[in-house]
Design a protein around this ligand. Structure first.
Ligand code: AMP
Length: 304
């Protein structure tokens, strides 16, 4: 196993200008795993309820995702409901029900505890920290994501966690909320002061900016004609980003830049249909072609 991920596995109720879904498979760890699975071997840590559809486990396994750390507990699967009505880039949370995640205690087998890449996807930072502490040794790279709810209710533990990761991936509004800085480079500097040596600030249809050690890099979003459902774009970005880094097993400036484009590539697929409908059915050539389109989108000559 190259990447271990912990994070929500959910059933989401989502409304976007393109329509409405009452209960679709979602969750940060789910989008992350499916996206990363096109690049490398992934294992998941998480919990689902007794309402979880076995076909959803089969879909994950069909992507070669190790689900042995995805336990089934009595009760309901995590549920999130949200809408994107006025601003397609910003989810408005209508309801969050932790359900079986409320008292989940993660257990890592040997393969999970020794994974060289760890992604702490969006979930309670106490749980993210428990998984980090349960690793047999410090992974080569640890990154995390979070969201406004956890900044609101668990900022001290979240700050402690961020001080121990190599990279924080975060939405621009949440970066501002976390740091109190409005201007993004200031927010990025404030994040880097907390401990990580890189941060990716995600800006929806405006792309993502990577701030690294002495460099920054702007990855555009793919200019799609129609965004159907932005849910999971951030987690799919993270899956492409970490999946690429784990596949080349290198975390230097060049690989971080390419990883940001791999992230944008996967996010662009995620938003083309509801839930995982597009991202779960990709081929290698779909990904290669979209990646090449990014090369074209950003190609230019130096001034002569
Ligand atoms: P994003 O990539 O930011 O669009 O993440 C979307 C996913 O995050 C949805 O599928 C939700 O199930 C999940 N989610 C929403 N709120 C939370 C939360 N507070 N903690 C963990 N996951 C969440």
């Amino acid at each position: 196993m190259k990447i271990l991920v912990v994070g929500s596995v959910a059933y989401d109720a989502v409304e976007t200008p393109a329509g409405k879904r009452e209960s679709q498979l979602g969750g940060a760890a789910t989008y992350f795993s499916v996206s990363a699975s096109y690049f490398t071997e992934v294992g998941m840590i998480g919990v689902v309820g007794d309402d979880f559809d076995p076909a959803d486990i089969e879909m994950l396994q069909s992507h070669n995702i190790d689900t042995s750390g995805l336990v089934k507990a009595e009760g309901k699967t995590f549920r999130w409901s949200g809408e994107y009505m006025e601003d397609i880039n910003t989810a408005v949370t209508l309801d969050t029900q932790l359900n079986v995640f409320g008292d989940f205690e993660p257990e890592l087998d040997e393969a999970c505890a020794n994974a060289p890449y760890l992604f702490l996807a969006n979930i309670d930072p106490n749980l993210q920290l428990k998984v980090l502490n349960a690793m047999a040794k410090r992974p080569k790279m640890v990154a995390n994501d979070t969201m406004n709810l956890w900044i609101d209710i668990a900022k001290p533990v979240l700050t402690e966690l961020i001080s121990r990761v190599d990279a924080l991936l975060i939405n621009e509004d949440e970066a501002r909320q976390l740091t109190g800085e409005d201007h993004l480079p200031d927010a990025a500097n404030a994040i880097i002061k907390l401990g990580p040596n890189a941060t990716v600030i995600k800006r929806g249809e405006y792309g993502a900016t990577l701030f690294g050690d002495g460099f920054s890099f702007a990855a555009p979003a793919y200019p799609l004609e129609r965004v159907v459902d932005p849910t999971g774009a951030g987690d799919s970005f993270a899956g492409g980003f970490m999946g690429y880094l784990a596949s080349v097993d290198k975390v230097d400036e060049e690989s971080l830049r390419t990883a940001a484009i791999a992230g944008s590539t996967m996010a662009s697929f995620a938003v083309e249909d509801f839930g995982l409908d597009r991202i779960k059915n990709l081929t290698k050539s779909d990904i290669d072609e979209r990646f090449k389109a990014f090369v074209d989108l950003t190609r230019f000559n130096p001034l002569t």
